[in-house]
Design a protein around this ligand. Structure first.
Ligand SMILES: [Zn+2]
Ligand SMILES: [Zn+2]
Ligand SMILES: [Zn+2]
Ligand SMILES: [Zn+2]
Ligand SMILES: [Zn+2]
Ligand SMILES: [Zn+2]
Length: 233
């Protein structure tokens, strides 16, 4: 059954995540006002599931039908495990097909044999659905989060995540997606070990060379003198 309920007196909604002791509504209030004020009833604008990253419609106890069902059966919503949905092909009168993950009517070309649209399946390894992926991409202006290019090149847009967060598994937990990168930048930061120190050192190295060259000095001497000597604007 429900493992953790909200710690606010009189509130028996399940906690937002296993690591907090407040339900979604009280968590929001705490975040916004700094207090949970149990005497003030919270507005339960339950439109979507309380599981982080789950946009399915609210069904019961704060969860979508799928997560509620899982909670009932296992006593745990297992937020990190994307729900596996195997359901029948659903078509509307106009012939559009229903994606059971992003919950949208989509054209036939968006699907192959499965009942989940191709995009939803492609991004499911990152713990996202099509709409969540689109929202991330939209928020960064539909360009690479590093170089701002609008063409992905190579193998297409890469969903970059923090590899140190959930190592070993091919799928990510869904909470460590950093952004969408063009294939060049994605390969680039990977080759530099995803390491901010190395990336900064590489930038300083390239910049110092340019500075020196620009001022007509010997290339290669910059490194020996420890980086750029002219302030980089
Ligand atoms: Zn609560
Ligand atoms: Zn859910
Ligand atoms: Zn979909
Ligand atoms: Zn890029
Ligand atoms: Zn990875
Ligand atoms: Zn992760």
């Amino acid at each position: 059954m429900v493992k953790n309920t909200c710690s606010v007196p009189g509130c028996d909604y399940p906690t937002r995540t296993p690591s907090v002791d407040l339900c979604g509504a009280h968590y929001e209030r705490k975040r916004k006002t700094g207090s949970t004020s149990p005497e003030v009833p919270v507005k339960r604008l339950r439109t979507s599931c309380a599981v982080a990253g789950c946009d399915r419609r609210h069904e019961s106890l704060g969860y979508c039908a799928l997560h509620y069902d899982r909670l009932r059966k296992t006593g745990d919503v297992r937020a990190a495990v994307p729900p596996r949905i195997v359901r029948a092909v659903v078509r509307d009168d106009a012939g559009a097909r229903w994606c059971h993950v992003c919950e949208q009517w989509l054209a036939e070309v968006e699907f192959d044999k499965a009942n989940v649209c191709i995009r939803c399946r492609q991004v499911s390894n990152f713990g996202l659905n099509r709409l969540q992926w689109e929202a991330i991409f939209e928020a960064q202006g539909r360009v690479c989060a590093i170089c701002s290019s609008d063409s992905p090149g190579g193998s297409g847009w890469a969903t970059d995540h923090d590899h140190s967060c959930c190592p070993g598994s091919r799928a990510t937990c869904g909470r460590c997606v950093r952004g969408i990168l063009c294939s060049r930048c994605n390969t680039g930061i990977g080759l530099l070990h995803d390491d901010p120190e190395i990336l900064i050192a590489a930038a300083a190295y390239v910049r110092s060379y340019r500075e020196v060259k620009h001022h007509g000095e010997q290339p290669g001497s910059a490194g020996l003198h420890g980086g750029p000597r002219h302030s980089a604007r």
